[in-house]
Design a protein. Structure first.
Length: 250
């Protein structure tokens, strides 16, 4: 979320990079990023804090004003993130778009049609839920990487899971003495299948094009069609996914 206006509406507030501001009950961290050309507002995927960013210290007042005008948006995002992180309080999760009921009937997590069994002894154990989701994610990702690489006529790389809180995936192309590899966030299993598959295709395309130029996007479109709807979904819902299970995933 960004603001183009350069006029501060809170000139009386003395602020500094790294400082914190109470925005009517919401803790707001202030950050200066000289490389940024505009004011922006986001939720830190690691700490869960609201962050208002400005290109210079003198524009931090603008950043606070921007955050104040969008307090409802911030409140909604923070509430969604907190809810997603509390695995003990939920009884179902969506895996690749299909709802799965959590069954705390043992401690050996395993997937069945519409159900994840073995999620705990009587109550849901977040560690076991995450373990089941990671297992499902790795199986699907390996399959989709193989499919996309076959279409690209390139060798299938090693596939592993990432616990990153800000990136959905990464790709390392083949180098002397080292094979290619693709790492994907296990939290993509919580997205619709088409969205997750777009990210897989995105990283596979990087095996051939290590950039985001026209040739790269042509490869992505060849694999999954127009990427814009999937990118929009990740921008809209990504904060909630990044917050899911963050306290237990390690």
């Amino acid at each position: 979320m960004r603001l183009a206006s350069r006029r501060s509406v809170e000139p009386a507030i003395r602020m500094a990079d790294g400082g914190r501001f109470d925005l009517d009950g919401i803790g707001l961290r202030l950050k200066v990023n000289p490389r940024s050309r505009r004011i922006s507002l986001r939720i830190d995927p690691r700490t869960g804090e609201a962050v208002a960013m400005a290109p210079s210290a003198r524009r931090l007042g603008d950043a606070v004003a921007f955050a104040r005008a969008r307090r409802d948006w911030l409140s909604e995002r923070l509430a969604a993130r907190a809810k997603a992180a509390r695995l003990e309080s939920i009884d179902a999760v969506d895996l690749f778009g299909a709802s799965h009921t959590l069954r705390p009937d043992g401690r050996r997590p395993r997937l069945g049609p519409g159900v994840i069994r073995g999620c705990g002894d009587g109550v849901v154990d977040p560690q076991l839920v995450v373990r089941a989701i990671r297992g499902a994610a790795l199986a699907v990702f390996r399959d989709r990487v193989a499919v996309h690489c076959a279409r690209l006529d390139t060798p299938t790389p090693r596939v592993s899971l990432s616990n990153a809180h800000s990136r959905w995936g990464s790709c390392t192309a083949t180098k002397a003495g080292h094979g290619a590899s693709v790492r994907l966030s296990w939290r993509l299993a919580l997205a619709p299948f088409a969205v997750a598959d777009y990210v897989v295709a995105h990283e596979c395309a990087h095996l051939l094009e290590q950039n985001h130029g026209p040739k790269f996007w042509a490869l992505v479109r060849e694999l999954v069609g127009e990427p814009s709807p999937h990118r929009a979904w990740l921008r809209r819902e990504g904060q909630g996914l990044h917050g899911f299970g963050r306290a237990v995933s390690g």
